[in-house]
Design a protein around this ligand. Structure first.
Ligand SMILES: Cc1ncc(COP(=O)(O)O)c(C=O)c1O
Length: 336
């Protein structure tokens, strides 16, 4: 499929601009040298600009437009205090004059730092839900907002909201493909793209297949099993492909999923994650967090060391942001 066909299909969706794009595709010469061969490039989506950036900024352009299109004036989501997603949607709601409520299942007395600190500075409503059934608290919150005369958008219950990230990264495939070409990467190069497994990786796998890029997406799990991540990606990508009337579907073999870097559970900090954070910081001076990017980057490092990436291949790490989380993990990171 050509650009001329993909662009208008995404272009017909309502959208509110927030991201500073294109983000840089940065050469990482020291990482390349230390890892012993494959050329390492970093797609700096931590630099999407708005409210400390991250991959969610591309997605929220479509999601917030959906909120507006549905005539909603309040946005409610369920997420923990250190959620990048919650921080960025809080910021977007402030910009757009939409009431924001975070139903927060993490402890009420957690340290106010990182993303939670930014939520507080933004002044959004935080509904403490620790120890309670979050769906019930969400229902109560929605009812209360309705009683106050508002029309709330329950983000975690909206199917389109789930798809927004995949739509955004299907489109971002065009940007990355152009930048790879401009960086001298040709059709003869084997290109591996590593990032956190989720809505974005589903979009890059779908977009890459659609555009015939030949790149191989490696979705690194930060929590679930490989099977659950794979099924989620297929579900998201193929729903988006259907809605945008794209002429391809994603198949299970179209991308790789790695779940061996999780370290036991979501937000665990195994030695591989900590080593990856140290490596990125002390070579090409790139900051990563332990929950998302550090973990996904440990996947790139692990796969290169295991010889699953050739010495002459090209590796792109998509840095999806999460910078504020670093400060919430100061105890783990201060003696790195
Ligand atoms: C820093 C960071 N990277 C990646 C992800 C995964 O996002 P998605 O599933 O939208 O690709 C998240 C989600 O919270 C995140 O905060």
């Amino acid at each position: 499929m050509s650009d001329e066909e993909l662009r208008p299909r995404v272009g017909r969706l309502p959208r509110i601009p927030f991201a500073f794009v294109p983000t840089p595709l940065e050469e990482c010469p020291k990482l390349t040298a230390v890892l012993g061969g494959p050329r390492i490039l970093m797609k700096r989506d931590d630099l999407t600009g708005f409210a400390f950036g991250g991959n969610k900024v591309r997605a929220l352009e479509f999601r917030m437009a959906d909120v507006k299109a549905k005539g909603c004036d309040a946005f409610v989501l369920v997420n923990i205090g250190q959620s990048n997603h919650a921080r960025l949607h809080s910021a977007a709601c402030v910009r757009l004059g939409i009431h924001m409520a975070i139903v927060k299942p993490s402890p009420a007395d957690e340290e106010v730092t990182g993303n939670l600190l930014l939520d507080r500075i933004l002044g959004v409503e935080i509904v403490e839900a620790h120890g309670r059934n979050t769906e019930e608290v969400l229902d109560e919150t929605l009812e209360r907002l309705r009683a106050e005369g508002r029309k709330p958008y329950a983000s975690t219950r909206e199917r389109f909201s789930r798809l927004a990230g995949t739509i955004a990264y299907t489109e971002a495939s065009l940007e990355l493909r152009d930048q790879l070409q401009a960086s001298g990467v040709t059709e003869r190069d084997r290109v591996h793209i590593f990032l956190v497994g989720g809505t974005s990786s589903a979009g890059l796998a779908l977009g890459g297949k659609l555009l015939g890029t030949g790149w191989r997406v490696h979705a690194v799990s930060v929590g679930g099993s490989a099977e659950s991540v794979r099924n989620m990606e297929l579900d998201l990508a193929n729903d988006v492909a259907g809605r945008l009337e794209l002429p391809v579907r994603l198949e299970p073999d179209d991308f790789d999923v790695h779940d061996q870097y999780v370290g036991g559970r979501y937000a665990a900090t195994p030695p591989t994650t900590l080593e990856a954070i140290k490596l990125a910081a002390r070579t090409d001076a790139i900051f990563m967090d332990p929950v998302y990017t550090g973990k996904a980057f440990s996947g790139l490092v692990g796969e290169v060391r295991a010889g699953n990436v050739g010495k002459d291949d090209v590796c792109v790490f998509v840095h999806t942001g999460g910078t504020p989380i670093i400060f919430a993990y100061h105890d783990v990171l201060k003696n790195l």
